[in-house]
Design a protein. Structure first.
Ligand code: TRP
Length: 334
């Protein structure tokens, strides 16, 4: 008898097109694992509203872009289930119950939330929905009884909160929820092309999966390298050099890359030569993605249908989990 596959849930906030950081952090893992796990991909439009309350139209429009980016990255719509978060009200229902199991202090201590709040300059004026998004994300994951969550490094603390909520719920009310494991991307977090800690959709330091070749090239040529180096004959630093960080993430020729690093350290390679290599490496990665994206973009109704059908298939699962949670707590007995 076939053993049922373990389930993956992961997703994206639709606030704009996805970039190389998403590809390295999560999309490539999704693609690699899609035939080994039952895979659910969430368009987290409700979570996107937590920092876009006044611009719901941006979120609405971005759902299509994020669907295209996922399909372009190589997710196979024959095996993957795409889910629209706002069309699964059970997620909000679960989040309401979970909210009572989490303290304000714990949310404020979450390093990812803290970092994002700083980036957005919220201070005390943080929207409650934003501060509480780890609770709603726990609902995303548990609603579909996912046991594996492929994420980039930045989402590990958010997943840790999910695990805490699950343990607390199960301890209080009996074993009801599945405790998920993170599956960390083999590629460490990609910095922005300006060397800042994170590539961000709105920070002007990203390379988008849908960028045309000349834009990718221009961004590569703008990249920060080694600020201590003035001439190609000066010994160069590889560590902390953005161009090499990207090569580490995407260059399949590991031996060639190791040789290049040695030469660079010895002062034998110009920055522009390293950038040329990166431009070629990125083109090899992005070329097929761009092509698939164009094919799907030519059939917008088909793409939205995939999302509709997936959501319809997934929702009963979320309903069953919400009913199990309600029953475990002994609510709704009258
Ligand atoms: N918070 C994630 C991000 O910003 C997106 C997300 C929403 C997610 N729901 C999820 C990721 C559930 C993993 C699992 O990228």
């Amino acid at each position: 008898m076939a053993v049922p596959k373990a389930r993956i849930l992961t997703g994206d906030r639709p606030t704009g097109r996805l970039h190389l950081g998403h590809l390295a952090g999560s999309l490539l893992s999704r693609v690699r694992l899609q035939y080994d796990y039952e895979t659910y991909i969430l368009m987290a439009d409700v979570q996107a509203l937590t920092d876009h309350a006044e611009r719901p139209q941006v979120v609405h429009d971005a759902v299509r872009e994020v669907m295209l980016d996922n399909l372009a990255a190589g997710l196979d719509p024959q095996v993957v289930t795409f889910v629209l978060q706002s069309a699964v009200p059970e997620i909000a229902e679960l989040a309401t119950y979970y909210a009572n199991l989490v303290t304000l202090a714990r949310l404020q201590r979450n390093p990812t939330v803290k970092e994002e709040m700083k980036q957005k300059g919220y201070g005390a004026n943080v929207p409650v929905g934003f501060l509480a998004y780890p609770i709603s994300q726990a609902a995303d994951i548990t609603a579909f009884r996912a046991s594996v969550v492929p994420v980039g490094e930045d989402q590990i603390p958010v997943l840790e909160q999910t695990r805490e909520i699950v343990r607390r719920f199960n301890r209080l009310f009996g074993h009801t929820l599945v405790e998920p494991e993170p599956l960390l991307s083999p590629v460490p977090r990609l910095p922005g092309i300006d060397g800042s800690a994170k590539m961000g959709k709105t920070l002007g330091n990203a390379i988008f999966l849908s960028d045309p070749p000349q834009v990718v090239r221009r961004q590569v040529m703008r990249m920060y390298t080694d600020p201590t180096r003035l001439h190609a004959t000066d010994p160069g630093h590889v560590e902390g050099n953005v161009v090499f960080t990207y090569l580490d993430a995407f260059d399949p020729d590991r031996e060639g890359l190791a040789r290049l690093k040695e030469e660079y350290r010895a002062g034998g390679v110009a920055d522009v030569a390293v950038k040329e290599r990166l431009a070629a490496v990125l083109e090899a990665v992005l070329g097929p993605i761009r092509e698939r994206r164009a094919q799907y973009a030519a059939e917008p109704d088909h793409v939205i249908n995939l999302l509709r059908e997936g959501t319809a298939r997934a929702r009963p699962l979320a309903r069953a989990t919400a009913d199990a949670v309600i029953a475990a707590m002994g609510m709704r007995q009258w």
